[in-house]
Design a protein around this ligand. Structure first.
Ligand code: ACO
Ligand code: ZN
Length: 174
């Protein structure tokens, strides 16, 4: 049951009212809302079955942020990848941050921070060795967020994105 818990944060809206944001596991019913946030906020879009397979395989670390009427305003999803260890004699698991986004209207209110900290805890249960992610070298806000969580730039992936932009490959020991 422990992993089914919701957590709540709140922010002050334009009328200075305290409004709650709920952080909880994504359900099948949330996927449409997740896709909508992704399409609004990120140029990297994925087909429905991609989200569905992440939800099927890694449901513990696929989280959404919603308003109290259930509207999805942010999400985070991870997958686990098996890779050769540096000594190449063994394999180990990496937790790969596939995607995170928060609606523009609700940024800088700690939503991504809550999504990241809750999901890093649950992805760790897949016995991962490190957390990894790629981020556009121009994405100052996201890079800043990851640095706050002590991710460091491991390398640059040249022309990682379809439009030719480079990615920083950032990692953190789990
Ligand atoms: N400029 C500078 N620092 C920033 C910015 C910014 N625009 N946004 C976040 N940060 C840093 C700050 O240190 C911030 O703390 P502060 O507000 O106390 O200064 C800290 O991150 C935490 O910010 P949150 O409020 O938790 O982050 P937010 O909910 O605004 O979401 C996110 C951050 C997800 C990057 C959001 O801007 C977004 O959705 N961007 C578009 C989608 C995107 O770029 N996603 C990441 C792609 S890479 C990937 O998915 C692996
Ligand atoms: Zn990636």
């Amino acid at each position: 049951m422990g992993t089914d818990k919701e957590s709540r944060i709140s922010y002050f809206d334009s009328l200075n009212q305290r409004s709650p944001i709920i952080i909880r596991k994504c359900t099948l019913d949330d996927l449409e809302g997740v896709i909508e946030v992704n399409e609004r906020e990120l140029p990297e879009d994925y087909p429905y079955f991609f989200y569905k397979s992440i939800l099927d395989n890694y449901p513990e670390s696929f989280l959404v942020a919603t308003t109290d009427d259930g509207k999805v305003v942010g999400y985070i999803m991870w997958r686990v990848e098996k890779t050769p260890a540096p000594d190449s004699l063994r394999f180990y698991n990496k937790g790969h941050l596939v995607s995170i986004a928060v609606l523009k209207e609700l940024r800088r209110k700690g939503i991504a921070t809550a999504l990241l900290s809750n999901s890093m805890e649950t992805i760790k249960k897949y016995k991962i060795h490190e957390y990894v992610l790629e981020v556009r070298v121009s994405n100052y806000g996201a890079i800043n967020l990851y640095q706050k969580f002590n991710y460091t730039t491991h390398s640059i992936k040249k022309r990682y994105y379809r439009d030719g932009e480079n990615a920083y490959y950032m990692t953190k020991p789990a």
